[in-house]
Design a protein around this ligand. Structure first.
Ligand SMILES: NC(=O)c1ccc[n+]([C@@H]2O[C@H](COP(=O)([O-])OP(=O)(O)OC[C@H]3O[C@@H](n4cnc5c(N)ncnc54)[C@H](OP(=O)(O)O)[C@@H]3O)[C@@H](O)[C@H]2O)c1
Length: 314
């Protein structure tokens, strides 16, 4: 198989041996694999893959067809269309995934959309519902809403009956995010649009003081991304006064059990909404596997609506 490989902070496409599925594993012929911020950090040597994942092949999400089953794998059959959240190794023509780390790829999604769906839908669903317990009628604020996780979160919030406000710094992308179901505002002075029951923080520390100020009583802030900074100084008295809660998490480092639990929730609650077209996966650009370096440059440049995805031949 061909795979994207990080070598000395550069990306090269190399021939590698096809991986063999173990007992409960499944070999996937990958058709598309989304890029994520974690891949950019891994390329820079700042985010090593967790144990059990290929150390030098990036890629946290993929979609493709089941090529071969491990001896004890029973959840899927050869030829099934599937999507996966993986700790690494997604950006290759073949990948081996534990069967519990897979979910079916809805027919409503083409390969690029399916390839860019699993990580962002699972991350957004876990943050909004499992962590923050978002309820119908509540006011949700999504920061950094034009990216992969943000466009997923806006749509999930709207589909759940929440009233969604989204900050988008790039004025050219605001109409696109509004079309997904949010009232879109510039990041500056966002707290004047509160109060919010739930804040999904995808940018990081610079927003945290104003997030607390804009929190509704018993509000919840969920920190998922810290690209804008990781250190904030907060007035805890203000948080106490709101009876507020801050939680934070990463998906990549979780155990198979925890990831599988989050994915089963996506299967149950999100895939049906994709089938009906209520939730889409916006893809800003696709690149063939051999143009991975260009794809990474496009991701890093920002100013995109949704995902950047690598595609592989059948
Ligand atoms: N915790 C987890 O498990 C987990 C999982 C997935 C992703 N993440 C993290 O969550 C964040 C969002 O992920 P993503 O896939 O949606 O990334 P993405 O597609 O790159 O989108 C990030 C969005 O945030 C905006 N943004 C970045 N820095 C900003 C700033 N300083 N002020 C205002 N807006 C800013 C970007 O705007 P521009 O286009 O203008 O730059 C872009 O629209 C990333 O930090 C990612 O690493 C965490």
């Amino acid at each position: 198989m061909r795979a994207v490989v990080v070598r000395d902070r550069n990306l090269v496409v190399e021939e590698r041996a096809d991986p063999e599925p173990g007992s409960h594993e499944v070999a996937i012929r990958v058709r598309a694999a989304g890029l994520n911020g974690a891949d950019m950090l891994q390329r820079q040597g700042r985010y090593p893959a967790p144990p059990g994942s290929p150390p030098d092949i990036p890629g946290l999400e993929l979609a493709g067809t089941v090529a071969r089953l491990g001896p004890a794998a029973t959840r899927f059959a050869e030829g099934d269309r599937v999507m996966a959240v993986v700790g690494g190794g997604g950006q290759a023509e073949m990948a081996v995934v534990h069967e519990r780390g897979l979910m079916r790829a809805p027919e409503a999604l083409g390969w690029p959309e399916a390839g860019g769906a699993a990580e962002v839908l699972t991350t957004a669903h876990d943050a909004l519902f499992t962590q923050a317990g978002l309820q119908p009628g509540e006011r949700l604020l999504v920061h950094g809403a034009a990216g992969g996780v943000g466009t997923a979160a806006v749509q999930l919030g709207r589909a759940a009956g929440a009233r969604v406000v989204a900050t988008v710094r790039n004025a050219e992308l605001r109409d696109g995010v509004a079309a997904l179901g949010a009232t879109v505002i510039a990041p500056e002075g966002f707290e004047q649009h509160g109060p919010f029951d739930v804040v999904l923080e995808l940018v990081g520390a610079p927003n945290m003081v104003a997030n607390v100020a804009a929190l509704e009583s018993r509000g919840r802030i969920v920190v998922i991304g810290v690209g804008g900074g990781a250190k904030a100084e907060l007035n805890l008295l203000a948080l106490m006064g709101k009876r507020g809660r801050i939680s934070a998490s990463t998906l990549r480092a979780r155990s198979l059990e925890d990831k599988a639990d989050a994915m089963r929730r996506v299967e149950r609650h999100v895939l049906p909404l994709i089938e009906t077209g209520s939730i889409t996966v916006p893809v800003a650009a696709t690149y063939p596997l051999e143009a991975a370096a260009e794809a990474y440059d496009r991701f890093t440049a920002g100013g995109k609506l949704g995902k950047v995805v690598l595609t592989m031949d059948a």
